[in-house]
Design a protein around this ligand. Structure first.
Ligand code: ATP
Length: 204
């Protein structure tokens, strides 16, 4: 079972690319989703966040106030390190567990996509056989992320600068998807890669 690490900056198109792989029946493990599950009410990681960063990060319903947390870690980079130290090892372990389950299933998939926004920055590359980068210009990242989330430009810029820069990401890539035109071009690149990954996993 080949493991393809999918990464790219904010608004680059990772979620869209993942959806296209899923349409081919390829399982996608999404680190963002794993992290959301880790901070659900009652989970030890949420408890630790509250203990270390403050109970004001909880909503009235006892859920993590994600917008508040996002703001907080941008103003206080040290707190971002604390948060990452709580979440990264747990998300890494959860990904390993899911990979194991897939590998040991009755019909293991030929390959899986492991989607991790900070794949290169946070040392997840040890989990993957290949790195697939979705590449977009910073201007397009700005435009797409702001359309999707109504985040302001300053915030999106801050995220872009907190992530690996475009050249560093491209240097780490085995494969690149250029997401600079329309969605049909994006889908076509996924279709080509799907063929290549199947071939790589089971050479004929
Ligand atoms: P994030 O890291 O911020 O979660 P992402 O990398 O997962 O972002 P997507 O959510 O896939 O990025 O894409 C961002 C937005 O841009 C979405 O609204 C998506 O529909 C849109 N988008 C992505 N690629 C294209 C494209 N080629 N043409 C038009 N819209 C696009």
């Amino acid at each position: 079972m080949l493991i393809i690490g999918l990464t790219g900056g904010i608004g680059s198109g990772k979620t869209t690319v993942s959806r296209y792989f899923e349409e081919f029946g390829v399982p996608v493990i999404d680190a963002d989703q794993l992290t959301r599950e880790l901070v659900a009410p009652g989970q030890p990681a949420l408890q630790e966040i509250v203990e270390q960063l403050g109970a004001d990060l909880l909503t009235k319903n006892g859920e993590l106030d994600r917008p508040q947390l996002r703001k907080r870690v941008f103003v206080h980079p040290k707190q971002r390190q604390v948060l990452e130290a709580i979440l990264h090892p747990r998300a890494h372990e959860a990904a390993l567990r899911q990979l194991k389950t897939l590998r040991e299933s009755m019909h293991p998939p030929t390959y899986v996509i492991l989607s991790v926004p900070l794949l290169i920055e946070s040392g997840w590359t040890d989990l993957v056989d290949r790195v697939l980068v979705v590449d977009t210009s910073p201007a397009q990242q700005q435009q797409r992320a702001s359309q999707r989330d109504s985040l302001n430009n300053a915030h999106i810029n801050a995220v872009i600068h907190s992530q690996a820069d475009r050249n560093t990401r491209l240097a780490a890539a085995d494969d690149i998807i250029h997401n600079n035109t329309d969605l049909s071009a994006l889908q076509a690149q996924v279709a080509t890669l799907h063929q290549q990954y199947q071939q790589l996993a089971h050479p004929r």
